[in-house]
Design a protein around this ligand. Sequence first.
Ligand SMILES: Cc1ncc(COP(=O)(O)O)c(C=O)c1O
Length: 386
Amino acid sequence: MSTYLDHAASTPPRPEARAALASWLDAANASSTHAAGQAARVAVEEAREAVATALSCSPHEVVFTSGGTEADNLAVKGVIWAARDRAAGTPHLITTAVEHPAVLDPARWLAERGDASLTVVAPARDGRVDIEQVLAAVGPRTALVSVMSANNELGAVNDIPGLAAVLAERGIPLHTDAVQAIATLDVEVAAWGTAALALSAHKFGGPQGVGIAVLRRGLPVVPLFHGGGQDRGVRSGTFATGLDAACGEALTAAVRDRTDLRERLRTMTDRLAGALTALDGVRRNGPVDPAQRLASHVHLGIDEVDGGALSVALDRAGLDVSSGAACGSGAAKASHVLEATDVAGTPLRLSLGWTSTQADVDRAIDVLTDVIPSVRARTAGAGARA
Ligand SMILES: Cc1ncc(COP(=O)(O)O)c(C=O)c1O
């Protein structure tokens, strides 16, 4: 059995989510008027209400999607297209260089086809986004700002309520990708003041293939999908009753347990980071202030170790972590996040979640204490990157 410390990539489903998914596998079409269809519809609407309660928003503002990628695309493209349809001239979109591709790619695609002009704001070295830098980019045509709540690689947490407040003064909606934040941060839509927010169920103990777009009342959005007109015409397609029900159950459980989980993970990640940064040539990346980084993430920069060889050795040792790098032909390629933040060393992300234990942390420390120096010795001078 391997030790799984890759919860930022996907965290296991919670029992409540498994049970809900199983019980609605045979669901009728939730738009059918017969009793079986209406029973499924009740399940979808109850899930929507559970999500709204968990996020402090109205059920009318909750749209179920196929995941975080669709939720981000819906917010970014949908709001920009609605702005383009409303006013003459090209709308302006602001985002940051450390966003997930689910935001950055649609933003660049909109700009390439002339649907938006785009400003991509650079982050600080710790991966956080400076509000003043965003404000400096605002112009008369700015129709949307999209800034992630917390970065998936470095775990850097942004001041979303602060940013939403200054943008609201200028009448500019803020979309935030809260996919990585939701498991350990108190994401509250009303208090945060965000116009749109994206979540993915498989990051908070729900199944893969379902997500949430919160679109506040009054925010004009052009749909991505046209068809049967489900979800108030914003997202056509037969309701995924089982996935939606499981998503609602998982989010309720995740929010119920969140404060305890945050404390537990903070203790574990601090111990992990403390032990690993005591090793030669190993640094912790991301914000130094614990309030500005996720309790779940430890991002390391490791000197003089080949990324490809390290990945292979950790996989062999049964430690499931993320290299944060695409390894083609054995050469580690820095991600866009690490390039934007100028972080040095071979990257390694360890991310913990609701099933993580002290034993997982002990094992990770043992494995890395052994593997880092041995891979370094073996690959010294053969493609190691500083
Ligand atoms: C910050 C962030 N946004 C969006 C996504 C995409 O979510 P999904 O896998 O549900 O499409 C991810 C997934 O890794 C993510 O980490």
